[in-house]
Design a protein around this ligand. Structure first.
Ligand SMILES: Cc1cc2nc3c(=O)[nH]c(=O)nc-3n(C[C@H](O)[C@H](O)[C@H](O)COP(=O)(O)OP(=O)(O)OC[C@H]3O[C@@H](n4cnc5c(N)ncnc54)[C@H](O)[C@@H]3O)c2cc1C
Length: 435
């Protein structure tokens, strides 16, 4: 049925029990101080959030219990980081497959055609000779997880040092990350690449030492000569780029105006109808799945998506994680073309209504269309929202979206966005941002 990974162990066991244990152990207060460090108090909840084993709203609620009602700002940074996921998913829901295209041009003075499409085998094999890069490559394959800072460092190495198309790196990550998700992943890669930002993201050895200590450099054969990261930002920039702007004639594919006024409301909760069946998919693998909760007595199914498994070649580790989540659910497990199998399942049970939960993925939309075309009614049961807004969301920039939803994200009534602080003069890349 799926490829069992005998090495699968460690932090990311699938399922709600495992997720709740990790949730109970988070330290969102210390996180605010040390999250950029590799030994910092990051929560490692991403696989569970990605697959809907936990919702953003329940993780936010858990984080708020760590701060007194009078001082929710003690967990500000953690909740703000959660909002990046909500934001990315919302952007993905709007742009669909465009998530795989350069939103804007590279701001490196180089045309998009300067970036190789093939992913270098030595990076994938962890055989570049740079101890840090090779360790992260191994860690990715062995654990299916990387710290956020490592994801940024690795993406910057792939795109800027090796001049590889960000899409190739993003696909490599999605294959191995248990939390792999075109929304957060591709936006992260575009951010590093500069196709969704005004300048490319770079790091140097000083930055690595600050946040990782000398664990990599100490044994690195390149430490004393030939370290590609041992330079100032200005020197790196001069070496790697041919300018600071987009190359002439380059443009992106995203019209930001399409992200300017996006409804924040989920679809209304549907009414229970007799005889419906439930379709559970990989974005909401929890016993608290709203469609399962709405139809506790109805037959339910989960379908391994053959086409997706073939296209993404997702790692055995990730398949194992999903399998462990599915095992906990009261579902019939099928495999094949999802729409065909769900239709068959509905027919077997004499159902004309399918209850499910939302997904931002264009593939979900296609499946819903295929179900509707054969006369099935599809009900989409929403999960609790992470943040409410008084107005449609401006998703062009995370900061603007955050100003709209932040009051509600802290469990208060939605409030009008606070006035924007005047922007400081734009400064060239430094590591401090978003790390
Ligand atoms: C190049 C690159 C690729 C990435 N790929 C993915 C991906 O495929 N899937 C994914 O879930 N995240 C991705 N991220 C975002 C982030 O790195 C991970 O969500 C985070 O490292 C997961 O670890 P954690 O659960 O310990 O996070 P914590 O720091 O504890 O944060 C808690 C939760 O907030 C959310 N979050 C935190 N930071 C971000 C962020 N920058 N963007 C979106 N959500 C965030 C995640 O759901 C995370 O689990 C990527 C970032 C970069 C730079």
């Amino acid at each position: 049925m799926f490829t069992q990974d005998t090495l699968h162990q460690g932090f990311a066991r699938g399922g709600r029990d495992a997720a709740l244990k990790i949730l109970a152990a988070i330290d969102p207060v210390t996180y605010g101080r040390d999250r950029s460090s590799l030994d910092g108090h990051v929560s490692r909840l991403s696989p569970y959030l990605r697959h809907g084993v936990l919702t953003l709203a329940e993780v936010r609620d858990a984080a708020l219990t760590h701060a007194p009602r009078t001082a929710p700002s003690r967990v500000w940074k953690y909740i703000n980081e959660l909002s990046w996921r909500d934001y990315s998913v919302r952007v993905y829901a709007e742009v669909g497959d465009l998530i795989w295209q350069d939103f804007g041009p590279y701001k490196t003075g180089l045309p998009s055609s300067a970036y190789a499409h093939e992913f270098p085998a030595d990076i994938g094999d962890g055989a570049t000779g740079a101890a840090c890069i090779d360790a992260w490559s191994r860690e990715l394959r062995e654990t299916g997880y990387l710290h956020n800072h490592v994801r940024m460092w690795m993406a910057s190495y792939v795109v800027h040092h090796r001049r590889v198309w960000w899409q190739a790196g993003a696909s490599w990550f999605i294959t191995h990350l248990i939390d792999g998700d075109p929304s957060s992943n591709n936006l992260g890669w575009q951010w590093v690449a500069s196709t969704w930002r005004e300048y490319p993201y770079l790091w140097n050895r000083g930055n690595l030492l600050k946040y990782a200590g000398d664990r990599y450099c100490a044994g690195c054969p390149l430490a004393d000569s030939g370290c590609p990261f041992d330079a100032t930002y200005a020197a790196l920039s001069a070496r790697l780029f041919s300018g600071k702007e987009a190359a002439p004639g380059e443009s992106g594919h995203l019209n930001p105006e399409n992200l300017k006024a996006v409804p924040w409301e989920p679809p209304p909760t549907p009414e229970h109808v007799p005889g419906a069946v439930v379709w559970v998919h990989g974005d909401r693998l929890s016993i608290t799945n709203e469609a399962l909760a709405g139809y506790p007595e109805s037959p339910a199914t989960f379908v391994w998506d053959d086409e997706l498994l073939k296209t993404w070649t997702i790692s055995a580790k990730r398949q194992t994680f999903i399998h462990e989540c599915v095992q906990e659910l009261p579902v019939h497990v099928l495999r094949g073309d999802v729409a065909t199998e769900v239709i068959r399942f509905a027919h077997v049970h004499g159902a004309t209504t399918i209850a499910t939960t939302p997904s931002p993925s264009p593939r979900f939309r296609d499946i819903v269309t295929a179900l509707s075309e054969v006369g099935l009614t599809v009900q989409v049961w929403p999960e609790p929202v992470f943040g409410e807004s008084l107005t449609p969301l401006d998703l062009r920039v995370h900061g603007d979206y955050w100003r709209q939803i932040s009051a509600s994200a802290f469990g208060k009534d939605p409030a009008p966005p606070k006035a924007k602080r005047p922007r400081a003069k734009k400064v060239r890349p430094t590591e401090a941002e978003k790390a």
